[in-house]
Design a protein around this ligand. Sequence first.
Ligand SMILES: NC(=O)c1ccc[n+]([C@@H]2O[C@H](COP(=O)([O-])OP(=O)(O)OC[C@H]3O[C@@H](n4cnc5c(N)ncnc54)[C@H](OP(=O)(O)O)[C@@H]3O)[C@@H](O)[C@H]2O)c1
Length: 289
Amino acid sequence: MSPAPILVTGATGTLGQLVVKRLIALDRPVRVFTRRPDAARKHFGAAVQIAVGEFADRTSLDAALRGIDRLLLLSPISERLAADQIAVADAAATAGVRRIVKISGSDWTIEPAGSSISGDAHAAIERHLRTLSLEKVWLRPNAWMQVSLANTIRQVQAGNPIIAANPDAGIGYIDARDIADVAVHQLMADALAGEMLNLTGPEVVAARQVAALLSSAFERPVAAIARPLVAAAAEADFEHRAVAQFTALIAAGRAAVTTDVVATLTGRAPRDIQTFIAEHLAAEAALAG
Ligand SMILES: NC(=O)c1ccc[n+]([C@@H]2O[C@H](COP(=O)([O-])OP(=O)(O)OC[C@H]3O[C@@H](n4cnc5c(N)ncnc54)[C@H](OP(=O)(O)O)[C@@H]3O)[C@@H](O)[C@H]2O)c1
């Protein structure tokens, strides 16, 4: 008998795609929860079951969770972050799901409480998961290379300097492929490695060091320039307010953390930013033909 499918929410996004592709490669049945079945088909072909739905629609969640044993819980930063993930978790508990692997916020956005609206939302979800009688683990990844570092590379490619509130503040950037590897490990493992896993890359790197690496990659000077912090406008949306808070926390050195969790669980060192930059630029060059 084939194993029950694993349900992945946020499957068409940056990290979800990596998780789904790894599960497919392991021949594990996968069901993806999406509002955009065409996008899911384009990403994954016929290799996945598609459950069309939306977090706020309980009927669609119940249908997606039928026959599911394990769930990857992921949704974007938004005003609805806590409400959406708690709705999925509650529906999962009712459906008899045995294990939830949640993608949470970076550890430094969650603790201490009260410094990040997005970290506080993730903390509320983690607290809620604790109340449910199922196996659960939340991964707290540091800043992702595929998001913040890729954005920095794009700025430099456009001829701009690197702008940072504090160019000497370090970040323990993690490659999203390592997050996906750990997520899949925890979805498949006989037993979970803990309740909370703080995931980082192998080293702490500041904007000034990123500038030096990009100088050598592009063979031209790249400057790292300090720009004072700007608070988000009061009327800014949740995501923009959250990002402004991340910037302030990073400038204060809070993201300058490394842990050995990726190495411990995968048996190899996490990917470093030199490798990420080289692969990112090679992939772009290949696309450009
Ligand atoms: N970037 C970082 O440095 C970082 C660090 C730590 C933690 N995180 C966490 O990572 C998460 C974001 O991951 P990501 O960047 O991979 O996400 P993403 O690329 O923004 O993808 C979001 C996914 O959520 C789905 N989605 C959005 N609204 C939905 C709805 N109402 N109903 C059903 N599905 C919905 C979308 O699927 P469809 O459009 O197909 O429906 C999409 O696949 C956040 O929780 C964030 O806190 C990020």
